[in-house]
Design a protein around this ligand. Sequence first.
Ligand code: PLP
Length: 421
Amino acid sequence: MTRTRKRFPPRGTDWPTLQRALTDMKSGDIDWRGGRAPLFVFRNDDETWRVGRDAFMEYFTENALGRGRAFFSVGRMETEILDFGLDLLHAPEGGQGAMTSGGSESIFVAMKAARDAHRAARGVGRETALNLVMPVTGHPAFDKAAQAMDIEVRRAGLGEDRRADVTAMRALIDADTMALVGSAPCFPHGVVDPIDEIGALAQETGIWLHVDACVGGWILPFFEMNGRDVRRFDFRVPGVRSISADLHKFGFCPKPASTVFWRDGADMERATFFADAWPNGPFGTPTIAGTRPGGAVAGAWAVLNHLGVEGYREAAGRLAAMTDAWIARIGAMPELTLWARPDLSIVNFGSEAVDIFKVSEHMQARGWLPGLTRRPKGIHLMLSMFHEPVLDDYAADLEQCIALARADPAAPATLAADYGR
Ligand SMILES: *Cc1c(COP(=O)(O)O)cnc(C)c1O
């Protein structure tokens, strides 16, 4: 498919016309407001959304890069957001954090710190090829960081419950292993890895443990406060040295906003990129990004303060109840198998009776964007409050699509595009 390249517009266009064009273009997108996107967007309620958006717009122009020299209010909000996170994740005194543009960036800077810590502790340099060890369910953001820093990624298998198999992780470790990784929860199956066991392994071997709580970091603590059975994954677990936690997922804050936390402030120094070679002198950030949106800081600060512990506990309660309802409904369909019992609101299921990708194709034809897992083959849903009202519609379509797929098993199922494309 070729496309004619558009010419740079010779003349300007007024805003009302552009606004109409935006609305028009949007009409071809997935109906995410109607709960048809099982990832990418997150919702608590209208009021939380409005608070995040309005706060973002208040700081539309401010640049968080200038947090210490110009926009003191942005610096103050950021410090408070990080205080809240350190508190929530039980960091000891001396713990520190940084705000980033997303989980991928949080993970990148954590892996840079782990690499530099390993090099310093073992007295090795660039000549030594390093590796990181994680379960097969680890997010591709680790592969990105590893590709950029010439680190080998070693992926271990899972236990029956699809949590990391720590014995298998142990078998992959050698003298050049710079980090162990566990997820809370992992994206594919929604289960929290046995961080306590990985932490014990980290302590025994002296290897850095990073917990990827991009999905759960800002909401699982409230599941725990509500008395839901959640495995410990935070700084209470000995051996956990850094944690990534996305505000723009189940923190319900506007994009782009994530956090990365360090048990020991000295590790944040290792994460910091510092340069002093150009005419302007020293330049250092604990992030990859230079310029960062002040709006993301203000949006997160406002949403966290708006909801407070009470608001997040209420959100966690509703998420848990909704997930239970979805699991019960899907689990009751005889053709389907749940691939895991999720700890948060990620539902992953397949089938031994029917080609689940074919089911997913029929669902897509009805406007449901498919999330998929390939090993094992399954449908993947990351639910937030967008999905609370649509369970009945989804279940009815799912039943019909299973019947359609069974009726015509010969037709080949084509896979949906990769994530991000
Ligand atoms: C979303 C996600 C990431 C990456 O976060 P981005 O904000 O998309 O960069 C990392 N780990 C897990 C488990 C995730 O779900």
